[in-house]
Design a binder for this molecule. Structure first.
Ligand code: HPA
Length: 277
């Protein structure tokens, strides 16, 4: 029996393959602040999400929707300019479809980026945080439902979702690029509302250092299919209840934009080191 989720994925993969011949080795998801990372890439081919039948298209203002194929530091890459979020109403299987697609195009390494609220008292808006682990218990698992045996096993190990070697590469990249780096545990919430102060206290009590609305589900799906995963958050604000100001998407965007140059430097140096392994 064919599985509808797998069938849709394969149809999308075939649609992309019929348009391009590029073979990416590294996949990159561009979160807030990295939207214009295209400028750092030697772009060879572009596929708009809307050209791919059945592909989930982001509805968030400021999020573009396309795959960029090209090179960063001579490493063949695919970058997602715009991701879909669970809060947009898509099922988790659609939210992780783009990441799975990049894996099936041949990308063995996945770099995830996002904007997140700082939960750890040592974090400041504008900090960059390497993700060491995550907590996803506030959102449904993207692996619920019949297992996609073609991709991975029913009960995948999640004891090292964020690959140890890639974490050490990111730390080295930060030193090389002269960028200061925090590290910590990312907790995914559903959004679209920001969390309450009580939820942020819960997050901290559970061991979370940053709160966001994406990424961890993508990391799980990629880990399930054997991709090597790493992630970096841009801490755009103190999480709810940690400052007197209410949370505002515009402020998140402004801080993300302010840090963009440093964030880009760190990502490019990370890719260079991945390519040189
Ligand atoms: N919470 C959740 N997601 C976010 C935040 C936050 O405080 N800031 C940026 N994305």
């Amino acid at each position: 029996m064919t599985n509808a989720i797998y069938e849709k994925l394969i149809n999308c993969v075939n649609a992309v393959k019929s348009r391009i011949s590029f073979q990416p080795e590294v996949a990159l998801v561009l979160g807030s602040g990295l939207g214009d990372y295209a400028q750092e890439m030697d772009i060879r081919e572009i596929v708009e999400y809307k050209e791919i039948e059945g592909f989930p298209v982001s509805t968030v203002a400021g999020h573009q929707g396309r795959f960029l194929f090209g090179y960063v530091e001579n490493v063949p890459m695919v970058a997602m300019q715009g991701r879909v979020h669970f809060y947009e109403g898509y099922p988790m299987s659609d939210v992780v479809l783009p990441v799975r697609l990049m894996g099936l195009l041949g990308a063995k390494t996945l770099i995830l980026t996002n904007a997140a609220g700082g939960v750890n008292y040592n974090f400041q808006p504008g900090d960059l945080m390497m993700i060491t682990d995550h907590i996803t218990t506030a959102v449904p698992s993207p692996l619920i439902g019949p297992n996609l045996d073609e991709l991975g096993t029913r009960f995948p190990d999640m004891s090292e979702v964020y690959n140890k070697e890639l974490r050490s590469i990111i730390r080295q990249a930060a030193r090389n690029a002269g960028v200061s780096l925090q590290q910590g545990v990312y907790m995914q919430f559903t959004g679209p509302s920001y969390e309450t102060p009580a939820e942020i206290r819960m997050c901290r009590t559970l061991g979370g250092d940053a709160a966001g609305m994406s990424t961890a589900c993508e990391a799980m799906a990629a880990n399930h299919m054997g991709m090597k995963v790493c992630g970096i958050s841009c801490i755009t604000n103190l999480a709810a209840g940690m400052s007197s100001a209410p949370l505002d998407h515009r402020e998140v965007q402004e801080v993300a934009d302010r840090v963009a140059a440093e964030f880009k430097k760190l990502v490019t140096e990370t890719i260079r080191l991945i390519g040189g392994r």
